[in-house]
Design a protein around this ligand. Sequence first.
Ligand code: SAH
Ligand code: SF4
Ligand code: F3S
Length: 479
Amino acid sequence: MAEQTTVTQITEKIDGTKETERQLAFMEKAAGYVQELSEKLGRKPTCCVVTFGCQMNARDSEKLSGILEKVGYELVENEEADFVIYNTCTVRDNANQRVYGRLGYLNGLKKKNPHMKIALCGCMMQEPSVIEKIRKSYRFVDLIFGTHNIYKFAELLTAMFEADGMIVDIWKDTDQIVEDLPVERKYPFKSGINIMFGCNNFCSYCIVPYVRGRERSRNPKDIIREIEKLSEDGVKEIMLLGQNVNSYGKNLEEPITFAKLLREVEKIDGIERIRFMTSHPKDLSDELIQVMKESKKICRHLHLPLQSGSTEILTKMNRRYTKEQYLALAEKIRREIPDMAITTDIIVGFPGETRADVDETIDVINKVQYDNAFTFIYSKRTGTPAAAMEQVPEEEVKENFARVLETVQQTAKKRAALLQGQTLSALVEDVNDQDPELLTGRLSNNMIVHFKGEKELIGQIVPVYLKECHGFYYLGERV
Ligand code: SAH
Ligand code: SF4
Ligand code: F3S
């Protein structure tokens, strides 16, 4: 079988507007192939997009879904589909292992459905060792592409229909942003919006800068235009996405701060709630605190990854703040905006981390009183500086992890209990999974509340009385 060319080196120069037109033309071409397939099958072909990883990947999946829908596929949740695409993550090794595990299952499905196509994309595909492994051991995959050329999905889809071997197209980096391609949102009432791509921070444990490339900010005009369109379309809550939103705009031709962007977004009619992810503590400005404080729309939730409470470990992590600086920042936020929920990410088991270092982390958790925290066991990522440092024995890591987790759960419970008896607005997101009589809403501070109500309320922001605290969520009543 003929194998298609692999492009691994390119940082292609493209003209954004022309490229959008080119891709729209490929969508028409792909639609022709999907139509042919549809006639062969006697039904509309189905496709399933599976997302691993973070909000950025979730947003990318909405872009993939937009194109798939446009070319004539029916989107389904089930992997027993005519086209399955895995949008992968590689931030920790367990994310990779899950993909390999599920690929075995897909192979079984493909044997039963001769028309089935399988594609892989996302962060994991930016690692050469992964591509090598898939080429060798997962020959049944039809299409592989990376994070930098996702805008070319329509073109690659067309190539996939025309080829009879595996197509691999991976770029090392890009400085391009292609606007205005179709998007299929998961929720009609809320949406993520990329404000920047990539990361320049190179925290020593993290693979993201290697697989997502250098930091690029979108033009504020494009962002505002996209949000205005979303608002016209009924979206009430938006989440501005970037690996470090606090450094947004620094490298634009006309530099602008993240705080200024937020002020502009605030003015958009119809948008009632604004969230953002993620804030790096080293770049969080007083201007931003002021904007958050004055805003009627910015949600009372700040995700402020700590990673470690030990200054020594923070230095080795290349986080560029000390324990004291972090604590001072958290204190300032709590003082200025008392109802702001603060959540965090913590890594346990970074190379060289001692029990005393973990005690420092626990000290920060107790002082900040996080509303919630994601705790991760350090995962060695090939190619990052930390991978070459001396690793901590597994037993020690497990014990420290348990101590950190327990502390986090205690503070989260305490913070949650403070809301008892208040009436707060909740954006109704869904019918409750377990009890169809209940709706699930999200408070401004990101906490979940379940309450009785009709499903017609989905997408609306309603006041809810917080009656009973159940640790991490509330049972409430609509008032
Ligand atoms: N840009 C964001 C984080 C993106 S990755 C930020 O700086 O906050 C999300 C989280 O995954 C990180 O905050 C970190 O806690 C965790 N993480 C990243 N690399 C990791 C690794 N090698 N092992 C364990 N956790 C990791
Ligand atoms: Fe990774 Fe650090 Fe960049 Fe976040 S800021 S994506 S942790 S390198
Ligand atoms: Fe994973 Fe890529 Fe996000 S590695 S966490 S999906 S940026």
